[in-house]
Design a protein around this ligand. Structure first.
Ligand code: TPP
Ligand code: MG
Length: 706
């Protein structure tokens, strides 16, 4: 079998040309070990690349053990393309590498080097370049679950970790949690983070987190190794364990490709940085989402010359969306201005934290306008504004009432079988992806559709409404705005009153999610970020915590249960790393809590000191499947029998909080509350514990559907 060290070719003595290169690099390295070099890229001058040349030679020449090429220096006369490569001086990263004074460029072209060579301390492989690429692109965290594809990744992590720019590595015992953490981080900050996983099995173990990142539009870079593609020790990294045969699948990328904005295999280290940036450009351009890169173990192990991309980092920024065409903006403005019951239906527009303010401005201009949030993926509109209609999932009275509807960044503005606009309603659809290119079935009765940035579009509509010469402004001034505003205020007051009434505890001391949420709002800090995955209870929570701050409400955005365990940790990690360290409260259904792999979540929480408050809505299992059943078979036999009979009950329940406490081995608190009289005290205690740095899980017994 391959991989025996004794079979490995030995490296020959360094040829004179390479020795010259080495001397040059050694001097450069010595001269630049200072910190200034890190911050002054202008001090580096381009050299002609030997790298591509030597690699081109390697490709043409069959490998003969004992006849390895160390790096040459000249452009290859047989291949004009390789001469266009530029070798820059070793990257700034090199200045802070641990190791000896050995020349950094000495490994050029030695793709066939034995794993037992003595110069490991100055190694620079594809994996090193990979880490440089992600860090230079702004990735600050890697959520990792490692395996036999990762020896060079591990070597790079160890050798590079002293560099201040090196990403923080978070060990994640579950890939699903790793990806959900990256998702949560990106959802708060808009910044893509990296998930490093193990071949096909790690890719499969990402599970529903890939769906969630795709549907929830979370930019995440996933990187997986591939099983070695040589088996006789031809290359470093060649097969060395029996599992390499079993994990070699025909198309590893296909496991996740349909959820990804981009997938590719890195075939060589010499452009790994470009491949990483191309992937990240897809991930961060609208509609944002996950991207997937993989690379064979030998490719990751290959020694390459340290390099910087000829195309600098700024050239890889995301693609920008424009606003509406001028006629589109005026058409929407006129329709809204002339409407008696105008409505905005939105979904994830609040991902841009400028949207709530812009929609408030729009609602303050068009006094009859109201804003409905479908699904509650992001905080799109503040709950203290009279135009607020709250969160619904697919149906609301405001939809059939409306005469003009603006659908703004929304996947499911209504569910036709439950509720739809009246036939004469005028509907506009403005979306980053109005075609919904990843949904085989999608259409709505929109009179006009625009692929445009939501914030720019709303600003254009407002400008049009305010322009003194516009038709929209004339129409608006002919309306009774005072009466419209008064009617809207009145209906808002009635709505809030109804919500408050329904949030009371029951006389027998039990309480529902509405009451719990209202109490939570009163005991959690003002700046709390709500990480919500509460299925049938989502609306009750939103109505009662009534978020008002941009970015303060983050829901999964997809349909794969279990996001919020890792999601809340990722949000808190981001808030601590680059936000104002806000308090994070996860509210999760009991069924969903078990999907979230709590053993992994709370171990990570403890290990990396990421304190969150988790509220488990213990309603005795899955409520949603009964609701789904009733929508299809309202009078069916199953509607007359118990939850046990339809296999959705969790009785007797597990010790939800105890699972977390065990995973956090003494550093995660477990609390439980069943009656309203104890609720406030228990929640206050929980908040205090989290503020003191200890994650706390509260098992809250709640009455169904209220
Ligand atoms: C990974 C995954 N498996 C199964 C489902 C189907 N499903 C949707 S809701 C639900 C129940 C959720 O239970 P819980 O979190 O307790 O919320 P509740 O229904 O009680 O509000 C299930 C099993 C899903 N969406 N995702
Ligand atoms: Mg439940």
């Amino acid at each position: 079998m391959g991989g025996g060290a004794a079979d490995q070719p030995r490296t020959p003595e360094t040829p004179p040309k390479a020795a010259a290169t080495q001397r040059q690099t050694t001097n450069l390295q010595r001269a630049t070990k200072s910190r200034e070099w890190l911050t002054d890229p202008s001090s580096r001058g381009p050299l002609i690349s030997a790298l591509a040349t030597s690699q081109a030679r390697d490709r043409r020449r069959p490998h003969r053990p004992g006849a390895l090429q160390a790096g040459g220096g000249d452009p290859d006369p047989d291949n004009p393309h390789v001469a266009t490569f530029k070798r820059l001086a070793p990257s700034p990263w090199q200045a802070t590498r641990t190791g000896t004074d050995e020349p950094l460029g000495s490994a050029v072209g030695k793709h066939h080097r034995s794993a037992e060579q003595p110069s490991e301390a100055t190694m620079y492989t594809t994996s090193f370049a990979f880490f440089e690429a992600i860090a230079d692109a702004g990735v600050s965290h890697c959520f990792v679950n490692l395996g036999s594809d990762h020896p060079s990744i591990i070597e790079a992590m160890v050798q590079m970790k002293s560099n201040p720019k090196f990403p923080r590595i978070i060990t994640c015992p579950s890939e699903m949690v790793a990806m959900s953490m990256a998702d949560g981080y990106a959802r708060l900050t808009g910044k893509a983070q990296c998930v490093i996983i193990h071949v096909d099995v790690g890719t499969q173990a990402l599970g529903v987190a890939v769906h969630n990142a795709s549907s929830g539009r979370a930019p995440v870079l996933v990187f997986a190794g591939l099983s070695p593609f040589t088996l006789e020790g031809e290359l470093r990294g060649s097969r060395s364990e029996f599992i390499h045969w079993l994990q070699d699948v025909p198309d590893q990328r296909a496991i996740v490709a349909q959820y990804c904005r981009y997938t590719n295999e890195i075939r060589t280290g010499v452009n790994v940085k470009q491949m990483v940036n191309r992937a990240l450009q897809f991930a961060t351009s609208s509609p944002q989402g996950p991207v997937y890169l993989c690379a064979g173990r030998e490719v990751l192990e290959a020694d390459i010359e340290p390099y910087e991309m000829a195309l600098g980092q700024k050239y890889w920024d995301p693609i920008e969306l424009g606003g509406l065409p001028p006629r589109g903006a005026s058409r929407i403005a006129e329709a809204l201005a002339g409407a008696s019951k105008p409505l905005v239906v939105t979904g994830f527009s609040g991902r841009n934290h400028g949207i709530p303010k812009a929609l408030v401005e729009l609602a303050d201009t068009v006094k009859a306008l109201r804003v409905l949030d479908m699904a509650g993926s992001d905080m799109c509109f503040p709950a203290d504004h009279p135009a607020w209609l709250g969160v619904k999932q697919g149906a609301d009275d405001s939809i059939p009432e409306a005469d003009v509807i603006l659908v703004l960044d929304c996947d499911v503005p209504w569910i036709q079988t439950l509720c739809k606009p009246r036939p004469d309603a005028v509907v506009f659809h403005v979306d980053v992806d109005p075609l919904k290119q990843r949904m085989p079935l999608f259409y709505i009765q929109s009179d006009a559709r625009y692929q445009a940035d939501a914030l720019l579009s709303v600003q254009q509509i407002i400008e049009n409404l305010r322009h003194p010469d516009s038709e929209a402004a004339k129409l608006l001034s002919s309306q009774d705005l005072v009466a419209a505003e008064a009617a809207r205020k009145e209906s808002y007051a009635a709505k809030i009153e109804g919500i408050e009434r329904a949030a009371a505890a029951f006389p027998d001391g039990t309480f529902g999610t509405a009451h719990l949420s209202k109490t939570l709002r009163s005991v959690c800090p003002e700046d709390t970020i709500w990480a919500v995955e509460a299925v049938t209870n989502t609306g009750f929570i939103h109505s009662n915590v009534r978020p008002t701050r941009p970015g303060s409400w983050i829901n999964c955005g997809g349909g794969g249960l279990g996001w919020s365990g890792g999601g809340a940790l990722g949000i808190k990690l981001a808030a601590d790393a680059e936000g104002s360290k806000q308090f994070v409260c996860q509210i999760v259904g009991d069924g969903t809590y078990l999907f979230s792999i709590p053993g992994s979540v709370y171990w990570i929480s403890k290990r990396y000191k990421i304190p969150v408050l988790t509220i488990v809505l213990n309603n005795n299992g899955w409520n949603a499947p009964r609701k789904s059943y009733n929508l299809v078979h309202p009078g069916g036999e199953a509607s007359k029998v118990s939850n046990e009979d339809i296999n959705i009950s969790f009785a007797p329940p597990p010790d939800y909080a105890g699972i977390a406490a065990a995973a956090g081995s003494g550093e995660v608190h477990a609390l439980k509350v069943e009656t309203a009289d104890k609720l406030e005290a228990v929640l206050k205690d929980a908040v205090a514990k989290v503020q003191a740095g200890r994650t706390t899980v509260v098992d809250c017994r709640v009455v169904l559907d209220c």
